[in-house]
Design a protein around this ligand. Structure first.
Ligand SMILES: [Fe+2]
Length: 318
């Protein structure tokens, strides 16, 4: 089935919302968004959202539904027009600060983020009102010939801006979305949060990289079951183990690298405490071997658990 005018306008909204989200995330990156992303965003907002998408509505949808009896003032139509004007005012600031930023004037990044956030908030709020209030209202008053006229109007606005206008600007949108994509949710956290999370675990972590060198351990400066010092960082793991067991370590790492083993598990009695030690191969998203993680956990109390205690049974809370 061919697309209706609402399909096309809603897709513009959806694409633009994804662009807005991608840019908001790009502002969270250390050093701010890449200049090329800001340059693309300015181009997309000024030439597509404002000069193409809004014109489709202002020139072909809004006047038509006004002729069909929807009042221009004192209702949703008036609100939509007001918001288009407001978005133009904010866009002017986004464009001028965005162009300066894209040209290398980083001092304006803070102001750019402020006006961009205002612009994004306004657009998101505006889009759902159009999707959920104005368009359904328009559909109710339109006849099939009216819908065809809006569709033709949409095509004429796009054609006036060159061939394949929508595809050209959607390609820019895709570029922005791809650049702003978070490869992992952890990248969206402030820098100090991940180490704090790891140090809050009731499990001590150590990591050796793909070259078998110690690269990380958690709970530095906190009480630990097995003490570690920074001097271990960078050392081959083989040098950190007693000579009599080092061949076992080498064999485990070889199994991990070859994909023959997914975990190596040990438990020992340490002065009356049951200590659970496990080694895990760590793989990247592409499956490449990144290294091996050791987890060390005192499971003495866990071993004693019986029955159940649910959240509502919690006596320690208020
Ligand atoms: Fe719209």
């Amino acid at each position: 089935m061919s697309e209706t005018w609402t399909d096309l306008l809603k897709r513009d909204h959806e694409t633009t919302e994804r662009v807005l989200d991608a840019i908001a995330r790009a502002f969270e990156a250390p050093g701010g968004p890449p200049r090329s992303v800001v340059a693309d965003a300015v181009e997309y907002f000024a030439r597509y959202v404002d000069q193409c998408h809004n014109k489709k509505e202002e020139n072909h949808l809004f006047p038509l539904i006004e002729r069909l009896g929807v009042p221009r003032h004192g209702g949703p139509l008036g609100v939509m027009l007001q918001e288009h004007e407001e978005s133009q005012r904010l866009l002017a600031a986004v464009v001028s600060l965005g162009r300066a930023y894209a040209d290398g004037e980083e001092a304006d990044a803070g102001n750019l983020r402020v006006v961009f956030t205002q612009y994004a908030d306004l657009l998101k709020n505006h889009f759902w009102k159009e999707n959920d209030i104005l368009y359904p209202m328009a559909i109710r008053v339109m006849k099939p010939a009216d819908a065809a006229a809006v569709l033709a109007g949409i095509e004429s606005v796009e054609a006036a801006l060159g061939t394949d206008t929508r595809a050209r600007y959607y390609a820019i949108a895709d570029r922005i979305i791809a650049a702003g994509r978070l490869e992992d949710l952890v990248f969206g956290l402030d820098r100090q949060v991940l180490p704090a999370m790891l140090n809050s675990l009731p499990i001590e972590l150590s990591f050796v990289d793909a070259d078998d060198r110690v690269r990380y351990f958690s709970h530095e400066n906190l009480p630990k079951i097995f003490g570690r010092t920074r001097g271990a960082i960078g050392m081959p793991v083989q040098q950190c183990h007693p000579e009599k067991s080092v061949h076992k370590v080498i064999a485990i790492l070889a199994d991990f690298k070859a994909g023959r083993r997914q975990v190596a598990e040990f438990w020992i009695d340490l002065q009356g405490r049951m200590i659970h030690i496990r080694y895990w191969p760590v793989h990247g998203q592409d499956g490449a071997y990144l290294g091996c993680m050791e987890t060390v956990q005192d499971i003495t109390e866990i071993q004693k658990l019986t029955g159940q205690r649910r959240l509502l049974d919690d006596a320690a809370g208020s």
